[in-house]
Design a protein around this ligand. Structure first.
Ligand code: BES
Ligand code: ZN
Length: 456
């Protein structure tokens, strides 16, 4: 009889073709014109979960995009239960002209699969679907109980899952959660992420005159909301990256000497890291090392500004209104709602009376941190070691996966972040890709994890 690992190794081509099919569906959750495609991706995955041999596979309707649930719970009452989470939605593909091949026409070049969602997160969630299929198609059973919960709004706030979790604690009850939605340190250097940053995302709107005004007739007499936005932004943080909002750092848990030592042991090559960004120099708070700044320090960034005339040629106008999209990445124990309030109070305090400023949300998530000595982490480490031939490092990650904090707070369940992406996968950016050898090794790692965690 074939073993699950052998099944994974002999079906690589098929697993690639299936992922390509999944990636063809433009499930951009934030764009209303993609809502039919987002549902189509959910339906595609529903079929895949069913064909894998999972039971109770179903779509769960929400206010926006459906959730997916499936399970296999016949490993016995003493066997642990793992809750596997992922997301089938993707980020918008813009700017389209910068893609070498179209974002939803997956293309393999040099061992990489290029497509929007290849790494974030369709490829990574599909790893676990195939690991489970490998067991059920060979042994007819799994070594442990498995539940899948997959959402379609991770890239656009995740409200539906956030509302679902506290109301379905029994359905989602588990001993551990597994999420593959992070990167490892290098193609041959596996990593387990034990800390994620939180986020507070918000919108800043500034309005001045009731309608656009001629800048010759009114300039000098009426304040320009776009100029005000520039002043406000300049007061949000200093040039070294220190955030100037009163109270912003109040709840930041200091980094212990032990954790700083662990973080700074990471084999991160700064020059290679910088080269992959194409930026001329690294930047950030001088009192912290790069590794600390990337995962363990909070940040504030402007993501977009809408305002004024941006068409061809010039137009002399004082715009009536401007808008900015801003986020702050948070660390333990900052609270997204408190940070939102502190931001709003500060901006109101520094805004001149010649404009009206409004701050609105957005979404928020707390940072999360997990003890990396727990048995599930050790089982994952052993699984990586066998699949990659190298022990994983433990690290913190700067991105946010809101569900990790929700599992902790509502279900009392810790998460193992079993990532298979790479930091140069260009997630959220043109030419997103997934390194195929690690797609296949990911399936093997998941197979080994399920086995090892069943034995602890
Ligand atoms: N997969 C990412 C999180 C991530 C980013 C992990 C970088 C590792 C490295 C996830 O899909 C994501 O992008 N999350 C959003 C969450 C936000 C919209 C609430 C993020 O971090 O911006
Ligand atoms: Zn993701």
């Amino acid at each position: 009889m074939q073993t699950p690992l052998h099944f994974a190794q002999t079906n690589q081509e098929r697993h690639l073709q299936e992922l390509i099919e999944f990636l063809r569906i433009p499930s951009i959750s934030t764009q209303p014109e993609c809502s039919a495609d987002t549902r189509a991706a959910a339906n595609w995955l529903l079929t895949a979960l069913t064909e894998a041999g999972l039971e109770n596979a179903r779509l769960i309707e929400t206010q926006r995009h459906p959730l997916l649930y499936a399970d296999w719970l016949h490993a016995g009452a003493d066997a642990p239960t793992v809750l596997i989470y992922g997301h089938y939605d993707v980020q918008p593909a813009d700017p389209l002209e910068l893609w070498t091949t179209p974002p939803f026409a997956p293309d393999v070049r040099d061992n990489y699969l290029y497509a929007r969602g290849a790494s974030d997160d369709k490829g990574q969630v599909y790893v676990h679907v195939k690991a489970v299929a490998a067991y059920l198609q060979t042994n007819g059973r799994l070594p442990i109980n498995v539940k899948f919960i997959i959402e379609g709004e991770e890239e656009s706030g995740g409200e539906s899952l956030a509302a679902f979790i506290p109301r379905h604690k029994d359905l989602l009850a588990a001993d551990i959660a597994v999420v593959s939605d992070t990167a490892i340190l290098g193609p041959e250097q596996p990593a387990i992420v034990y800390g994620l940053r939180g986020i507070c995302y918000l919108f800043l709107d500034i309005t001045g005159p009731e309608h656009d005004l001629h800048s010759g007739s009114f300039g000098g007499g009426i304040n320009n909301p776009l100029n005000v936005l520039g002043h406000i932004i300049a007061k949000l943080k200093d040039e070294e990256g220190h955030i100037l909002i009163p109270g912003f750092y109040d709840r930041v848990r200091p980094l212990s000497a032990a954790e700083r030592a662990l973080l700074n042991q990471l084999p991160l090559n700064e020059a290679e890291w910088l080269a992959q960004t194409g930026a001329p120099a690294a930047w950030g708070e001088p009192e912290y090392t790069l590794v600390e700044r990337l995962g363990a320090r909070p940040t504030l960034d402007i993501h977009g500004i809408i305002g004024g005339y941006t068409g061809n040629g010039g137009k002399t106008v004082l715009p009536a209104a401007v808008h900015a999209k801003i986020s702050m990445r948070l660390v333990p124990d900052q609270d997204p709602e408190e940070i939102h309030a502190a931001f709003a109070a500060y901006v109101q305090a520094i805004a001149p009376p010649s404009v009206t400023v409004t701050v609105s949300g957005g979404h928020g998530a707390k940072a999360s941190i997990t003890d990396y000595t727990i048995p599930a982490m050790q089982a994952a480490a052993a699984a990586y070691t066998e699949s990659f031939g190298k022990e994983p490092v433990f690290m913190r990650e700067g991105g946010s996966i809101p569900v990790v904090g929700l599992f902790q707070n509502h279900l009392g369940v810790e998460t193992v972040l079993m990532g298979f992406g790479l930091h140069d996968d260009r997630i959220h950016s043109p030419n997103e890709r997934f390194y195929l050898p690690n797609y296949y090794r990911g399936i093997e790692t998941s197979i080994r994890f399920l086995q090892k965690y069943g034995n602890v």
